[in-house]
Design a protein around this ligand. Structure first.
Ligand SMILES: *Cc1c(COP(=O)(O)O)cnc(C)c1O
Length: 223
């Protein structure tokens, strides 16, 4: 059986080759290893192999496993990539280093209040619902400019980029291109896009952060 550390190296090599093919600087696309549903024993070898950026989608789950791993390994950067409730803002700000899912004014305000209280200033991405899917979180493409302005000027959040999850049944390229375009007109340089099935494509469209889970850790079992 292929191990998570072997798959990690394959994913990193695929990212590097996509950077080269698309004329991007080596290392300009960063890998976030998405470790949701996997426990510390599975994550530890990936940390030992040198990976330091990880993504989790649930605050509670991350609180349960990452404090101990942070004591074992230096330099861990934990990214929240899942939906956030405002009553979890306190734990989220204490547990994570980067937030990818700012998607409504209430969350933006709750995060800012907690960051001020805890003396932290976490870089944030605004989640964009590029496919305008009713069941999916994220700001509609036409509303992003005003929401980014609101987060920055009225609330004072540090918005560094945009994040999207394209519709599963569509080719992702047009969604990645749209995200890049909206980011550009808002002066945002970071793009969180691309998962196991399409991270190499996302790198071609300018992704600075790809979020890859199953291609590293294997198929998830939600029990
Ligand atoms: C689970 C998840 C990923 C990783 O998905 P894989 O297909 O396993 O790579 C990326 N982004 C978000 C928001 C996720 O919830």
């Amino acid at each position: 059986m292929v191990s998570a550390t072997e798959r990690l190296e394959e994913v990193k090599a695929d990212i590097r080759s996509s950077e080269t093919v698309h004329g991007r600087k080596e290392g300009s696309a960063t890998l976030i290893a998405v470790s949701k549903t996997y426990d510390a024993d599975v994550i530890r070898p990936v940390l030992a192999a040198g990976q330091r950026m990880f993504g989790e989608n649930r605050v509670q789950e991350a609180m349960g496993k990452w404090p101990a791993l942070r004591e074992e390994f230096d330099g861990i950067e934990l990214h929240l990539i899942g939906p956030l409730q405002s009553n979890k803002a306190r734990e989220a700000v204490a547990t994570f280093d980067v937030i990818h899912t700012v998607d409504r004014p209430k969350i933006a305000g709750a995060l800012k209040a907690e960051m001020d209280r805890q003396g932290r200033d976490l870089p944030c991405f605004v989640q964009v619902n590029t496919g305008e899917e009713p069941q999916k979180a994220g700001i509609a493409p036409n509303d992003v400019d005003e929401f980014v302005r609101h987060c920055r000027e009225d609330i004072g959040l540090t918005i560094v980029g945009l994040m999207c999850i394209p519709p599963v049944e569509e080719a992702p390229g047009e969604h990645f291109a749209l995200l890049e375009k909206i980011a550009g007109r808002n002066g945002l340089t970071q793009l969180s896009m691309g998962m196991s099935a399409d991270f190499a494509i996302a790198v071609g469209f300018g992704a600075t952060h790809v979020r890859v889970g199953s291609a590293i850790f294997g198929t998830r079992d939600y029990g």
